[in-house]
Design a protein around this ligand. Structure first.
Ligand SMILES: [Zn+2]
Length: 134
């Protein structure tokens, strides 16, 4: 398995730890949750793609002078926020594909399932996020 070998040693250890903690019985449950999260993330990604297409369309359809000021700033901010969220979702989906989803990208700790339930595209644990390292 080349995917497994390409992972960092720390990630391998953490994934093995998670397997030990949750046990093989819960492995199927974990995979089902992972599939559900992948579905949520994919749907969210498609929705943002649609939003960004609409924003782009609005910017292109408008005369430059009519999209200025507050409205233009709002549209611009929406586009930037959407783009940033899109990038984070893409990373999460990549990590699902690579098998290291749910492992903090910063310290390598296993991210609690409850955190992933509410924030499926999160890449860091609470500790790293609060330290501003995310
Ligand atoms: Zn962390």
């Amino acid at each position: 398995m080349s995917g497994w070998e390409s992972r960092s040693k720390l990630t391998q250890i953490k994934v093995a730890e998670a397997h030990f903690v949750y046990g093989p019985v819960r492995e199927q449950e974990r995979l089902m949750k992972l599939t559900a999260r992948k579905t949520i993330l994919t749907a969210r990604r498609d929705a943002i793609h649609a939003d960004l297409a609409m924003i782009r369309h609005e910017l292109e359809a408008s005369q430059p002078q009519s999209i200025s000021g507050e409205h233009g700033a709002v549209i611009h901010a929406l586009g930037q926020a959407g783009q940033a969220e899109l990038e984070q979702i893409e990373s999460a989906l990549q990590r699902i594909a690579g098998g290291d989803y749910g492992v903090c990208t910063c310290c390598g700790a296993v991210i609690p399932a409850e955190r992933l339930d509410s924030l499926p595209d999160i890449l860091t644990c609470t500790g790293c996020q609060s330290r501003g390292l995310s």
